[in-house]
Design a protein around this ligand. Structure first.
Ligand SMILES: CC(C)(COP(=O)(O)OP(=O)(O)OC[C@H]1O[C@@H](n2cnc3c(N)ncnc32)[C@H](O)[C@@H]1OP(=O)(O)O)[C@@H](O)C(=O)NCCC(=O)NCCS
Length: 158
């Protein structure tokens, strides 16, 4: 199945267990921090919005989430099942999810944070995210999850 043929579905809070299963496929490393059930439960209580792709067996294989930081300001997270990586699914689900999210939440700002060594940084740049910079270099913030670069989505449909 081609990535553009997957149909985006909205994931309500009753899909938390499926989201946890998917997150747990990505082991915790220096560059990635899978969301836990407790974290997802709290995020949904605070207005989390999430979309996903399912395979032919209705198993969730990728997701994008938008955590509400404050009114109209959302942080994006993404996870693709390891068996489906490297074939464009990450690109496709981020693109479709942002389009859908902004059509449902017009005027919202979207950002994400990424470890400086995560190769996904270049994927995000191609999708329209821009890193906040100190002069010419990426600005790196030290967080509880280690160093992180913040990237703002620049194509909002305001
Ligand atoms: C990041 C992630 C969503 C990318 O999904 P994907 O389906 O592999 O993405 P795509 O196939 O659309 O794009 C791959 C591109 O992303 C980059 N990339 C992302 N992760 C990569 C990895 N682990 N190894 C190599 N390249 C990677 C490459 O630059 C590649 O670019 P290319 O097309 O020029 O080769 C997926 O690797 C994932 O879920 N990782 C674990 C969780 C994570 O890191 N989340 C992001 C935290 S900020």
């Amino acid at each position: 199945m081609r990535t553009e043929d997957f149909k985006l579905i909205k994931l309500k809070h009753d899909r938390i267990d499926d989201l946890v299963d998917l997150e747990n496929c990505s082991m915790k490393t220096d560059t990635t921090f899978p969301l836990t059930k407790d974290e997802l439960t709290r995020l949904y209580e605070e207005g989390y919005v999430s979309y996903g792709f399912e395979n032919e067996d209705s198993v969730l294989i990728s997701k994008v989430g938008f955590s509400k930081i404050e009114d109209k300001n959302y942080e994006l997270d993404v996870c693709v099942h390891p068996d489906y990586r490297g074939g464009g699914m990450g690109h496709e689900i981020i693109k479709q999810s942002i389009d859908k999210f902004l059509s449902e939440n017009p005027g919202s700002d979207i950002f994400l944070t990424v470890h400086p060594d995560n190769p996904a940084l270049r994927l995000y740049e191609r999708l329209g995210f821009e890193a906040i910079k100190d002069d010419e270099d990426y600005k790196i913030n030290q967080t509880k999850n280690g160093p992180r670069i913040t990237m703002d989505y620049k194509k909002t449909n305001k």
